[in-house]
Ligand binder design. Structure first.
Ligand SMILES: [Fe+2]
Ligand SMILES: [Fe+2]
Length: 346
């Protein structure tokens, strides 16, 4: 595996080389020098003094060139809380307290990548095809490979067919039984949004657009560290801030993809906005929030409430619907009313 070692101190290089080579190839980049060949895979390891703003500025410049690299490991000596937050703010996907820990981390990353490639290439034969396409799309993005819009379209159209044929309840039960985490959540949101669109009499084109927005709405989470994303229990404020970046990350991942429609980009970026202006990332309010986004937000919140986590059983659909009804300043009342049938259908 290629390890790009970015440092402000050339004397750190021999020890890193001795630790990682020959299993891995170390490409050094000393801040202020010309850098190295730009590649788009491997691991980035950053060991600089993050307290020095001039160096952080230089680092940001380097990170722009290496933006395609999915795993970014930062060495934060003594794991000082503010410097750890700084590392994540700069795009870290993992933080270690000493360079010595890098060997283990790089090995873990390599193992995870191999496993993801194997599982994407080798889905069980009885796995629903829409789910399989969904899985490979997420693992591609997590591993820094480009997102193929055609994958999202295939997954969405399979889910529309399934929900149309078997109904939402069957879909919810199946997804909650077999899938976990963010992946379960996205499948649930897509099924719910599609059922909602079908129920309110959307045209085929509109159901597809809503379904695509739902399929892709949390794709930015594929770039959030798993230890934060799958953390059981409450997140600390710094972690919450990191999670809250996912709509903007998703938007950035998709905005230049050929064939993506503005409605889908709108859904990805704005599904956490509320009518009263209290949402994120842009603090939109009222008429700035489109109909498609309003439907998507209702589906998203409902899905989050009824999903199953290892530490949390599914909330009954009736209770989840009551919570939506209590969010009157944030969600459109008429749509929440229209959603009742979908939420409670047997
Ligand atoms: Fe989200
Ligand atoms: Fe979501």
């Amino acid at each position: 595996m290629l390890v790009y070692f970015v440092t402000d101190e050339p004397t750190k290089l021999p020890a890193v080389r001795a630790m990682l080579e020959p299993q891995h190839a170390v490409l050094p980049w000393v801040l202020g020098s010309d850098g190295t060949d730009i590649r788009s895979h491997g691991v980035l390891m950053v060991d600089i003094d993050l307290r020095q703003m001039a160096r952080v500025d230089q680092l940001e410049f380097v990170l722009k060139d290496l933006a395609e690299i999915p795993e970014k490991l930062f060495v934060v000596h003594n794991l000082s809380r503010s410097m750890v937050a700084q590392a994540y703010a700069l795009g870290a996907t993992g933080v270690i307290s000493r360079p010595k820990e890098a060997a283990l981390k790089v090995a873990e990353i390599e193992q995870a990548e191999t496993a993801a490639e194997d599982s994407a290439a080798d889905q069980p034969a009885d796995m629903d095809e829409g789910v399989a396409v969904f899985a490979s799309m997420f693992s591609n993005v997590r591993n820094g490979r480009p997102l193929k819009l055609v994958d999202a379209q295939r997954a969405t159209s399979k889910i529309i067919t399934r929900v149309g044929q078997d109904g939402l309840s069957t879909w919810l039960d199946e997804v909650r039984r077999y899938h976990e985490g963010t992946f379960q959540h996205c499948l649930l949101v897509t099924g719910i949004a599609v059922a909602f669109g079908l129920d309110v009499g959307f045209s085929g084109g509109d159901v597809s657009r809503l379904g695509m927005a739902a399929t892709l709405h949390d794709i930015g989470k594929a770039r959030i560290p798993l230890e934060i994303l799958d953390k059981p229990g409450r997140l600390v404020p710094e972690e919450e801030e990191i999670i809250k970046r996912h709509p903007a990350i998703g938007y950035e991942l998709l905005k230049d993809v050929r064939g993506i429609s503005p409605e889908i980009l709108d859904g990805v970026r704005h599904h956490h906005e509320y009518l009263d202006g209290s949402g994120y990332p842009d603090g939109l309010s009222g008429s700035q929030i489109s109909d498609l986004v309003r439907l998507l937000t209702i589906s998203d919140i409902f899905a989050a409430l009824v999903e199953v986590r290892p530490y949390k059983p599914a909330m009954p659909r009736q209770d989840a619907y009551q919570i939506l009804c209590g969010m009157e300043d944030k969600l459109e009342g008429a749509l929440v009313k229209a959603f009742r049938k979908v939420a409670l259908a047997a």
